[in-house]
Ligand binder design. Sequence first.
Ligand code: EPU
Length: 429
Amino acid sequence: MDRIRIVGGRPLSGTIPISGAKNATLPLMIASLLTEETLVLDNVPRLADVGLLQRILGNHGVDVMVSGKRSGETADHGQTLHISAAHIVDTTAPYDLVSKMRASFWVIAPLIARMGEARVSMPGGCAIGTRPVDLLIMAIERLGAKIDIEGGYVIAQAPKGLRGGEIVFPKVTVGGTHTAIMAASLANGTTVIENAAREPEIVDVADCLNKMGARISGAGTSRVIIEGVAKLGGARHSVLPDRIETGTYAMAVAMAGGDVLLQNARPELLQAALDVLQGAGATMVSNNQGIRIARNGSALAPVEVTTAPFPAFPTDLQAQLMALMTRARGTSHIVETIFENRFMHVQELARLGARIQLDGEKATIEGVERLKGAPVMATDLRASVSLVIAALAAEGETIVNRVYHLDRGFERLEDKLSRCGAAIERLAG
Ligand code: EPU
């Protein structure tokens, strides 16, 4: 298994290109199941999760063609996928595939909407909490599907097709909102979703579906209205920039010091996180190239942050912010309200010398003078990258084990950071 070796203490300077968003790419690829025509996606990041979803879609009979390299293109350009679900040959998503990536459960929506049936394995729990799918199932039921749970599989049936309906989410759910929008796009009649997630990735997927012929309005607000259509067609769509990757590198710069342009980044996708970073002492300027972030010399100030659905501070940046606050001058508080168990980074950060106390959903972080390198590992993507951020400011060498978590969601992480002066390398094996 690969590891990453980091020697802390070097400031970062230069340019980091921001990739297409993982959490938009995955539902966009899944949306290809809604049409027999080809969906072309540009700016797709090269990530392990994208490869895995290609395999999952392949099992349903979907062909994915990756365009070859074009002149002038570098590794900084995303890839272009041509996805064709002309013939769906299998409406079952088996346990051994769905259990590897939770978002693959979302195939249930296009399969039931287009094929009138779907048999999808329950995803099971994962490292950041129980993460149930009850609200996704509720949404599909509200559109007329009959649901049975048998042998660990959700079996959805709607032989005469789905019909529009009202879906009121008792809790904001990104996956529930994606699922409801996709299913409603091919339902007979109008669907209204109340308390919908407002994340930018929801808007990106709705934009793409509208290019495919869907009639979705209100995406990005808590009330989304979908007028179902009989068929969707092909389209071409470029994936929006990854706001979590943007925020992660912004925190890396705030931690290590220096001055970096986050190329292609869009501030409106993560304003709450940028405000927190500014409060902590980073400076930033946005222009049409991206966001330029710097911290030169000044101490980090502590923060008070609560994670919540967009547009508030995202749970997917909580671990990274905690790593940053380990070096603040004073005591910070971070409250995690989205996932009940998303604190696995705490004990690993402690191995580097961090002082963090947990009390239920609240973490108290007492800033320390120095962190010291150590071998560490983490069991999810964002927790792993928080260890990289801490290591950039730790004295001596840190080895981050289980790098495959990073490869699921960060494209060429060590390359992007080393080009800005970090002492970071991948150790094979
Ligand atoms: N929830 C339920 N029932 C459901 C669905 C969700 O109770 O049927 C709960 C969850 O347990 C959680 C809350 O609702 O407490 C919100 O979960 P949500 O459905 O919004 O999360 P998700 O769709 O499973 C996506 C991202 C996550 C991100 C969350 C929150 C993708 C592929 N995943 O997950 O990203 O943390 O939204 O913003 O878009 C990551 O990229 O590292 C990651 C975990």
